[in-house]
Design a protein around this ligand. Structure first.
Ligand SMILES: N[C@@H](CCC[C@H](N)C(=O)O)C(=O)O
Length: 377
């Protein structure tokens, strides 16, 4: 038995899209059936392959249900990730959902129902530029979530349990914690407010991010972002340009994603997390910033009041049929982490000092005059 699918990407974050009705017909309804489906078909070496289009595998499977009779049309979104876990929200995934729904209905406005809440989506006339309302970023420990009492560092453990985690050392990286639908840790690799994109690109992200992703202080795990302000985009006449005298702050973004357990080419909730932390830490006054992950450019607005928004392009890669019940390593499927990571893995056996050295090297590259003694760590 096979299931029809389409494949899309949003700035390089790529997803297999399956209509829930087709999935039901093929018996891929329960999470227990969807996990092996996602594990097998997202695999970068052996997963889905579309001739002449994109990379093999995917960053997740979006199972979508459409309620065309609602006004605006509602789409239910359920994301199963390459490790078989689920996630409450996905910014680029939601942009893909809107493009898929536009392709199905010709409409331009949608409400996407996600486990993180309803998200409004607007698609431009060509159906390829999408803006999603992303909710209000949360910094409070209960909302991220952050559990200071589980931190190894006594300073963190014994501090105010309700204090947000802002620019705090976690496993060798100075991070701020925020939830933009899913939990994120954001580290800025900058000197005097500016960064060298190449230096950020040279960091061994997996080594730096993995201990943070699994740190006990994040009971559900965290996606880990490196960011730095790299350039300004010239005036295009937008309201933000007027506000900032022709200059829109632009950040280099690299994200290590929970569920993918590696770096992705783009992460929408990560882009919003970077913008929200940049504002929260006083790095920018601007409500609108741009982010450049490896796969393209995103625009993010974090207003003083009301929901953040995320905008950027979506592209379709193709369509086909996938085996409904592929064979996978049963142990891997059974071990798949559910939506809530029990957080049992400790980062203590990971390579923290080298990871910190790696970030040090990047900071040195960003500012050749930087002195190791200046580092408060
Ligand atoms: N790629 C997504 C984020 C998907 C969820 C994340 N991997 C998690 O488990 O928290 C995005 O574009 O936001």
């Amino acid at each position: 038995m096979t299931v029809p699918f389409r494949k899309y990407h949003g700035t390089g974050n790529d997803f297999i899209v399956v209509d829930e009705a087709d999935a039901d017909r093929a018996g891929v309804t329960a999470l227990a059936d969807r996990r092996p489906f996602a594990i097998a078909h997202c695999d970068r070496d052996t997963g889905v392959e579309l001739p002449g289009a994109g990379r093999r595998g995917a960053d997740g499977v979006l199972f979508l249900g459409i309620e065309a009779e609602a006004d605006p049309t509602r789409v239910t979104m359920s994301l199963v990730q390459p490790d078989g876990s689920t996630a409450a929200m996905c910014g680029n995934g939601a942009r893909v959902v809107a493009a898929w729904a536009h392709d199905r209905t010709g409409e331009t406005d949608f409400v996407i129902e996600t486990p993180a809440g309803d998200r409004r989506a607007a698609v431009d006339a060509n159906g390829r530029d999408v803006t999603i309302e992303m909710g209000i970023p949360r910094f409070d420990p209960a909302g991220v979530p952050v559990d200071r009492s589980r931190a190894d560092d006594p300073e963190l453990r014994d501090g105010d349990p309700d204090a947000p985690l802002i620019e705090t050392d976690v496993e060798g990286l100075t991070v701020s914690a925020v939830n933009t639908g899913v939990p994120h840790a954001v580290a800025f690799i900058e000197e005097d407010g500016d960064a060298d994109a190449e230096a950020i690109d040279d960091i061994d992200l997996e080594a730096v991010a993995e201990p943070v992703r699994h740190a006990d202080v994040f009971p559900e795990g965290a996606n880990v972002n490196l960011a730095g302000r790299v350039s300004y985009t010239p005036d295009d006449g937008s309201a933000d340009d007027r506000e900032f005298d022709g200059l829109v702050p632009t950040y280099r973004q690299r994200t290590f994603e929970r569920g993918v357990e590696g770096e992705t080419r783009s992460c929408g909730t990560g882009a919003v997390a970077i913008a929200a932390v940049a504002r929260r830490t006083g790095r920018v006054d601007a409500e609108t910033v741009r982010s450049r992950p490896p796969g393209g450019e995103l625009e993010i607005t974090v207003p003083d009041e009301g929901p953040a928004t995320l905008s950027g392009p979506v592209a379709e890669e193709g369509a086909g049929e996938l085996v409904a019940d592929p064979e996978v390593d049963e142990a891997a499927a059974a071990d798949a982490t559910p939506a809530v990571d029990p957080g049992t893995e400790s980062g203590s056996d990971t390579d923290g000092p080298d990871a910190a050295d790696d970030v040090d090297d990047a900071a040195d590259a960003a500012d050749p005059n930087r002195n190791a003694e200046d580092d408060p760590r």
